[in-house]
Design a protein around this ligand. Structure first.
Ligand code: SAM
Length: 413
């Protein structure tokens, strides 16, 4: 396949395979647009979450990378080189293990000239500022935990054609409790939700539950055959970054031990994908306590290397506390290897890598990348825990799964 064929495939799917290194470059906007029928994500608005000048842009930058703003950087003096402590040495050893893979993937991206020329055009110059400065999202989190929550209702609007020859649709309205209650869009068409004069886009066949962790057991299906084959978890880890605390509330590690992932898994097994920061103590907690408690086995690592629109890394690869990559730990729950032998299912063993803009990787991207490793019947049943947006065909749970579904912001037009 020539380079330009690969670019054409990328334009259609949002996935560009860098054959030389086995890494993949992903465009979340193209992949996510498959979620919508009547609506489109606006690339410039979506990417402003990463590259914009708004608080949102700053948030996306600091939330994951812990990177300081240029002004703060100027004020900071360069620390003198010092000996690493034991934990830092362990983190460095982990980094050195990943380094050759990361470097070869980045090298192959820099060689994909057609893709690099195409990327800046994808993020238009007129990056628009998202309307997220209001305290709306915070209010949803606060409102959901207040005495008023049981009284909040969302009005759902389903578009129906008004006649055979008519382009115009009519809106069929129905009301449903907003918090602590599962909302499913069974239709194969996007719906709209209205709450407190705000409109939200609800992609076709999405399902969400907006609750606090205290009520997470409301997600557990009645029987294991209705469980999930792909479980993506992006926990609000504590990391001491003040800006992150402004972005969303965090939780102490021990709280995640209570997530009922075993009960959410399908009887034929589930692939579990966990976002994890580069903190060594967190890795220890996950590998020694969390995964054993959740019953996750045979886990491997995926790396997400973050680049700027020109393809350069968002930071120095070897900077100890600010790595330009994140990790996903991927493992199996309830998997009976005997039953899956001979089926089309592939067992995930190798470390893998993908590259994307420094915007977060959306759960649907994870599904696209890992589809052949997901056990159980097809189409796979998928759930994201601690979600902030909705995806067609997925169940999304958290205390703000509507956060990026606001139709007033230019994200969806
Ligand atoms: N996957 C999301 C994304 O990339 O947009 C990011 C999720 S963020 C790391 C963690 C989420 O957990 C935030 O939306 C936060 O509000 C939510 N959260 C924090 N405490 C929670 C709680 N007690 N119950 C439910 N969700 C909570």
């Amino acid at each position: 396949i020539s380079e330009s064929d690969e670019l054409r495939a990328f334009e259609a799917t949002g996935i560009y395979r860098l054959a030389e290194s086995g890494a993949t470059f992903l465009d979340p906007v193209r992949i996510l647009n498959a979620s919508y029928r009547r609506f489109r994500l606006v690339p410039s608005a979506y990417y402003s979450r990463s590259f914009g000048t708004s608080r949102q842009g700053g948030e996306a930058e600091t939330e994951r990378t812990g990177e300081a703003s240029p002004e703060r950087k100027k004020r900071k003096r360069q620390p003198k080189p010092r000996e690493l402590n034991e934990v830092e040495r362990m983190a460095e050893a982990r980094h050195q293990e990943a380094r050759p893979l990361l470097l070869s993937a980045h090298k192959s991206l820099l060689k994909a000239k057609d893709l690099l020329e195409f990327l800046p055009r994808m993020i238009k110059e007129d990056v628009r500022v998202l309307d997220v400065e209001s305290n709306l999202e915070k209010n949803l989190v606060e409102l959901g935990s207040s005495w008023r929550a049981p009284f909040c209702e969302m009005t759902l609007c389903f578009q129906k054609s008004s006649g055979e020859n008519s382009e115009e649709g009519i809106c069929l309205k129905t009301s449903t409790p907003l918090f602590n209650s599962t909302i499913s869009i069974e239709e194969n068409d996007d719906a709209e939700g209205e709450f407190q004069d705000r409109h939200y886009i609800l992609p076709r066949r999405c399902c969400f539950l907006m609750t606090d962790l205290k009520h997470v057991r409301g997600l557990i299906p009645d029987n294991y055959n209705q469980g999930y084959n792909l479980i993506v978890v992006d926990p609000p880890w504590e990391n001491g970054c003040v800006r992150q605390k402004v972005a969303y509330p965090t939780l102490p590690n021990r709280h995640f031990l209570y997530l009922p992932v075993q009960e959410l898994a399908h009887s034929t097994g589930a692939l579990l994908v966990l976002w994890i920061t580069n903190r060594e103590k967190l890795w220890k907690f996950v590998e020694e306590e969390l995964f054993p408690a959740w019953g996750v086995k045979d886990h491997t690592v995926f790396y997400w290397l973050k680049v700027k629109p020109d393809g350069s890394l968002i930071g120095n690869l070897d900077l100890l506390h600010h790595r330009p990559y994140e990790c996903l730990l991927v493992g199996y729950i309830n998997l009976d290897k005997e039953t899956v032998r001979g089926s089309k299912f592939k067992f995930l063993e190798e470390r893998r890598l993908e590259i994307s803009y420094m915007i977060k990787i959306n759960p649907q991207l994870v599904k696209e990348l890992l589809s052949e490793y997901i056990p159980g019947p097809k189409p796979a049943r998928c759930i994201e825990l601690f979600a902030r947006e909705l995806v067609s065909g997925w169940t999304s749970w958290g205390n703000e799964p509507l956060r990026f579904q606001d139709a007033i912001s230019p994200m969806v037009e």
